[in-house]
Ligand binder design. Structure first.
Ligand code: SF4
Ligand code: F3S
Length: 312
């Protein structure tokens, strides 16, 4: 099956809001085996795996049945303690060079990573820093799930007392960044499906899949006509453009306006709250104070921004 058909399906399904529903029959027809995944959760709030668990049409079980062979997850697996560590070691050995490492969370580096212990062995504690570096060596792909893993995110926000950093900052190899706080389930599932079917997806200059982060929120926002005519909201709840209320849509890359959230029915601006730029490399420090217009906050200014191809 042509890669272009997959990419078109991602776009069409975003518009009709049923990407995952279309993806699974496609995978059943074209895949030979599932994608082996080792998922470790580090310094974060757990929001990304919760977001993934909220997948509907299909449900999480179907994703595990047809797309992901989840070998280890310190959040989602039933095994605990020594049994879980044994499973991890066996999986990393058996699937060496073939598994995809998904890291959810930033990596604390202060005091040799002491502030995030992933598991304990008889030889001592294993920090997130050690686990990410070790598992990253033998993974086929490394995927950062969420803005903490992708860029540091809230875990690395001021004053960042744990010295948290992105996965890319501690790993000398390519990391595919699926940013968002949290991620939309489609962004991660679509990226993993691409890895399974076609390998590495095209990435933007921040290492994010262009399929999902190719355009700004602003480009496809339903309130764009208000912005273009200078019709700005006087307060939250006003139906007009929320640039005046601190919307970061003009400098934020993601497909929220047409993919949408909560079973593909709503997204921040549609729910009358400004985009707070949760997929951005400088989130949240660059977005705060929230609900304050851009020129008055953080280091951000309107103008050329990092990210996707079409900064409009
Ligand atoms: Fe939409 Fe925000 Fe852009 Fe206004 S500034 S058009 S609310 S994305
Ligand atoms: Fe995040 Fe903005 Fe979308 S806050 S969820 S990128 S609308």
């Amino acid at each position: 099956m042509e890669k272009k058909i997959f990419e078109q399906m991602v776009k069409d399904a975003a518009a009709s809001g049923n990407f995952l529903q279309k993806l699974l029959p496609f995978l059943k027809e074209h895949r030979k085996e599932k994608l082996p995944v080792i998922w470790i959760e580090t310094n974060d709030s757990g929001d990304n795996n919760i977001s993934l668990m909220n997948s509907t049409f299909p449900y999480l079980g179907q994703i595990f049945d047809d797309l992901i062979d989840l070998l280890y997850s310190n959040t989602m697996m039933a095994a605990q303690g020594k049994d879980a560590v044994f499973i991890l070691e066996q999986a990393a050995k058996k699937y060496s060079g073939r598994y995809t490492l998904v890291v959810e969370g930033a990596v604390p580096v202060r005091d040799n990573g002491l502030y995030n212990i992933i598991y304990k062995t008889e030889q001592g504690d294993v920090t997130a820093l050690e686990a990410v570096r070790e598992l990253g060596k033998t993974a086929k792909y490394v995927v950062a799930a969420g803005t903490c893993a992708s860029f540091g995110g809230p875990s690395a926000a001021r004053p960042n007392i744990t010295g948290s950093m992105s996965v890319q900052a501690v790993l000398p190899r390519e990391v595919i960044r699926v940013s968002g706080c949290p991620i939309n389930p489609d962004w991660l599932v679509g990226t993993l499906a691409h890895l399974l079917l076609y390998g590495r997806p095209e990435l933007d200059d921040q290492g994010r899949p262009v399929l999902f982060y190719g355009f700004t929120i602003h480009r496809h926002c339903q309130r764009r006509s208000y912005f273009d005519t200078g019709n700005l909201a006087d307060s939250l709840g006003d139906i007009r453009c929320m640039f005046s209320q601190g919307c970061m849509g003009p400098v934020t890359f993601a497909d929220c306006p047409y993919r949408q959230w909560v079973d593909h029915i709503n997204w921040p601006v549609k729910a009358s709250t400004p985009c707070i730029g949760c997929t951005n490399p400088d989130f949240p420090d660059g977005s705060t104070p929230f609900f304050t217009p851009m020129p008055q906050k953080g280091p951000n200014e309107l103008g050329p921004q990092t990210g996707g191809k079409n900064n409009e």
